[in-house]
Design a protein around this ligand. Structure first.
Ligand code: SAM
Ligand code: SF4
Length: 335
């Protein structure tokens, strides 16, 4: 078998995880991500087509050795014919004879309808976002009264047989820091892994402040007091994972603000309109869509990706005076 290619950045990090945003639209309006109204949506013609997305993914897998592809947004399930895209991406595994993990991050509200179809189309794993188990808090953060739909979505994902179902929980001071143990219990009972993400300055409302960040260490302390757990070595995974000592599963924390994982970051992001970003907090982007639509060859697209990755930062500077807040919110970048 030929050796798998690798893509190494100028700090010696291997870049092997591609996050593909397939839409900037969403059926929720989470306060830490989108304003209540007034978003300017991309025109359909600006979005990469399924063929264009699959072409970039193929180049990443076949020529650059990527091992993880995650579909995200905006909310990926609002894009029409999503299972067809999943099937096109999943098919690359047979053509490229190279294995990669295909996953999706979703708010879960449409999974009761879609989970089975997505699983059959080849999706391996899902992360479902849910920041509160209290209906009124959930409605406050998402500006949609739909906790029960998301809980049904979690059940549907479990039933569909994904290899792993994780819950993304953004922790915010004064909002849900008292729910860490409840989420841990929920995860243990249902067989899902909660991952607590520190609130990052990527909200469209610019309401972020350091005081609203709940340090991951606080979340770990709260949970392990009730459910003793030990650290699991997770390699390049930004989540620090903990396994319960009684064998009833695991949880993770993503301390992006208090203990950034930049030194082992293996990610690259493609926005819905085909802009490549090598860091969530990048202030510049690389226009792959222009290359795709002007007849660029696979070799030229590969070269553009290599150039972008060559400029990948050592790390973000949240909390430092030199930090520059990106002008785009998480939903526009692709979380
Ligand atoms: N709509 C999907 C969802 O909510 O899962 C996928 C896109 S969303 C932008 C991806 C992830 O980013 C979600 O888990 C969301 O909670 C997280 N996120 C969005 N804004 C964030 C912020 N300011 N800080 C931390 N995480 C954020
Ligand atoms: Fe939509 Fe996800 Fe952003 Fe919430 S976090 S507004 S569900 S894109």
């Amino acid at each position: 078998m030929p050796e798998r290619p690798v893509l190494i950045d100028s700090f010696g990090r291997r870049v092997s995880d591609l996050r593909i945003s397939i839409t900037d639209r969403c059926n929720f309006r989470c306060g830490y991500c989108m304003p209540a109204e007034g978003m300017q949506w991309l025109d359909r013609s600006e979005l990469l087509s399924f063929e264009e997305i699959t072409r970039v993914a193929a180049i990443c897998v076949e020529r650059l050795g990527f091992e993880d592809i995650r579909i995200t947004g905006g909310e990926p399930t609002v894009r029409a014919h999503l299972p067809a895209l999943v099937a096109m991406l999943s098919d690359l595994r047979t053509k490229a004879a190279s294995a990669f993990d295909l996953s999706m991050t979703t708010n879960g509200a449409s999974l009761a309808l879609l989970a089975g179809e997505l699983r059959r189309a080849g999706l391996d794993r899902v992360n479902i976002s849910c920041d509160s188990l209290h209906p009124e808090r959930f409605a406050e953060v998402t500006r949609r009264d739909q906790l029960s739909r998301v809980l049904d979505g979690i059940d549907a994902a479990l039933e569909a047989g994904f290899s792993k179902v994780k819950l993304n929980v953004v922790t915010m001071r004064g909002f849900n820091e008292d729910e860490a143990v409840d989420f841990a219990r929920f995860g243990r009972d249902r067989g899902v892994e909660p991952r607590f993400i520190e609130f990052m300055p990527l909200d469209a409302d610019a309401s972020w402040s350091m005081e609203k960040v709940v340090p991951a260490s606080e979340t770990v302390d709260a949970i392990t007091k009730v459910f003793p757990a030990e650290v699991v070595d997770a390699g390049a995974d930004p989540a620090r994972r903990y396994r319960y000592l009684d064998g009833k599963g695991s949880f993770g924390v993503i301390p992006s603000v208090t203990q950034p994982f930049c030194a082992t970051c293996d990610r690259m992001r493609l926005s819905a309109e085909g802009q490549l970003r090598t860091c969530l907090f990048s202030t510049s982007e690389h226009d792959l869509r222009a290359l795709l639509r002007s007849g660029g060859s696979d070799a030229e697209i590969e070269a553009a990706i290599r150039t972008a990755v060559g400029q990948k930062w050592a790390g973000h500077r949240i909390g430092k005076v030199t930090f520059i807040r990106p002008s785009r919110s998480m939903s526009q970048i692709g979380g």
